[in-house]
Design a protein around this ligand. Structure first.
Ligand SMILES: *Cc1c(COP(=O)(O)O)cnc(C)c1O
Length: 231
């Protein structure tokens, strides 16, 4: 029994309550909205507490180096990669990551495809959309998304299963709305070999709004684990 992490339980209950409220207000009861615990800078013991006590089944990792140093300590959970990924790092994470959510170029997609082929895996990926055109953030520009999806649909060892975005903290709602529209439009195109079943959006500051705009997966860091302390 790990002690000292009761605040995580309290935080989780609040998040769950708020999510259920948002869902009751804006969505259908049968809609599934999963909660990802975002683990950057978080002690693996705290992460494992959330897995053991809050029913967290999904972890989100931002940094290859940090992930590799922590992964053997984690309790069993599905892990998604959500940070900017350099092509030369793909080989280090390909065997243990269930979904790479931050694919934003054909170059990166091709590298993932190559390594997936090498280890005999079909790698699930999301395409990250830079919804507000922010310089400092990853993601493909909305007007380049369709072209990228067509190109990625040709790669045999990856499977696109949806879209991810990180909207700006300010005026997030307008961008969540815009993202939902893009998701619906691209889903309606029914591109061969492209599966649009996951819309990953919503963080500590905007997860209730993200539910309003169709999110199927919220990614929660600080609201669950507390403010991040960078070392
Ligand atoms: C850090 C991070 C999150 C979680 O952020 P919080 O605001 O702490 O909930 C979600 N998604 C991505 C891509 C992140 O880098």
């Amino acid at each position: 029994m790990i002690t000292g992490f009761d605040y995580i339980n309290e935080n989780f209950k609040k998040i769950e309550y708020n999510l259920n409220e948002a869902k009751a207000k804006f969505r259908n009861p049968e809609d599934e909205i999963s909660i990802m615990a975002v683990t950057k800078t978080v002690d693996p013991h705290a992460v494992n507490f959330a897995v053991a006590n809050c029913g967290i089944r999904l972890l989100g990792e931002n940094r290859v180096q940090e992930y590799l140093s922590k992964k053997d300590e984690y309790a069993k959970a599905s892990v998604h990669f959500i940070g900017q990924l350099q092509t030369n790092k793909v080989k280090y994470i390909i065997d243990s990551i269930d979904v790479i959510e931050s694919v934003d170029s054909l170059k990166l997609a091709s590298e993932i495809d190559k390594h997936a082929a090498r280890i005999g895996k079909k790698q699930n990926v999301l395409v990250e959309v830079n919804i507000a055109g922010e310089e400092a953030k990853g993601g493909v520009a909305p007007d380049k998304l369709e072209e990228l999806l067509y190109e990625m649909s040709q790669l045999k060892n990856i499977q696109v299963t949806g879209l991810m975005t990180v909207p700006p903290a300010i005026d997030s709602e307008a961008f969540l709305y815009k993202m939902q529209k893009i998701y619906i439009d691209i889903s309606d195109k029914n591109i061969d070999n492209i599966n649009m079943s996951l819309l990953s959006m919503g963080m500590s500051g905007d997860y209730e709004l993200a539910v309003k705009y169709g999110s199927t997966q919220v990614r929660i860091g600080s609201a669950l684990f507390g403010a991040r302390v960078y070392k």
